[in-house]
Design a protein around this ligand. Structure first.
Ligand SMILES: CC(C)(COP(=O)(O)OP(=O)(O)OC[C@H]1O[C@@H](n2cnc3c(N)ncnc32)[C@H](O)[C@@H]1OP(=O)(O)O)[C@@H](O)C(=O)NCCC(=O)NCCS
Length: 183
């Protein structure tokens, strides 16, 4: 962890940068959140069709030293990871936006404890510090996370049907302008 980064806490949980050794822990949280979030929103076969090894491979690669993605976790010190956020260059160009909040997940039993905001701000500050001018976040239109992004000041950038794992889904894109001085 960069010692210049201020430690942010919410209750007992602590924010820190993710390291390669977090791959299994983040994959486990992602997998659990994937089922918690998308059951009832996405077709059942799409929710259940994602294999455990997909999550492990994704996070092993995402946390590798040469990855362009930057991740943070919130955890109970010496305990489990409760949530994580990942930011990086935008994956699918949208307007002139250059940065993206690629993933933001908090375990359901720890939602509404302030952890999502802490992770969101860590991702946003990481992109701002790296010189990105904007941050986009995408969520399925039926996902309550849209309300969270709107509450945190996201402007609607797009509201469209998009292909997702072989089906068309309604997806919202939000954007925030970044200020290099924010952090
Ligand atoms: C979206 C998510 C990250 C929010 O995390 P969280 O820890 O519950 O949010 P916080 O407790 O930090 O809430 C921060 C603020 O947002 C508000 N908020 C949280 N969820 C909200 C929602 N669904 N709608 C509107 N406002 C919301 C809170 O009331 C709080 O407001 P305040 O600080 O002004 O009092 C979390 O619900 C989650 O992980 N969802 C499942 C995964 C997901 O959908 N990820 C994003 C799409 S990929």
């Amino acid at each position: 962890m960069d010692h210049r980064e201020p430690t942010r806490m919410s209750g007992l949980a602590r924010l820190r940068r993710a390291i390669p050794a977090d791959a299994a822990g983040i994959a486990a949280v992602h997998q659990r959140c994937w089922y918690e979030t998308y059951t009832g929103i996405l077709r059942r076969d799409l929710v259940l069709g994602r294999e455990p090894h997909e999550f492990t491979c994704l996070w092993t690669e995402a946390l590798a030293p040469l990855s362009t993605w930057r991740s943070h976790v919130v955890e109970i010190p010496h305990g489990p990871i409760l949530g994580f956020a990942t930011a990086g260059p935008i994956r699918e160009p949208e307007g002139d936006a250059d940065g993206e909040l690629i993933a933001l997940y908090v375990l359901r039993r720890h939602q509404r404890e302030g952890l999502g905001r802490i992770l969101f701000e860590a991702a946003r500050d990481t992109l701002a510090t790296a010189g990105y001018r904007s941050m986009v976040a995408r969520a399925l239109g039926l996902n309550p996370a849209c309300g969270f992004y709107e509450h945190l000041g996201g402007r609607v950038l797009a509201d469209a049907e998009r292909p997702f794992r072989g089906v068309l889904v309604h997806e919202m894109s939000y954007v925030w302008t970044l200020d290099a001085a924010t952090p």
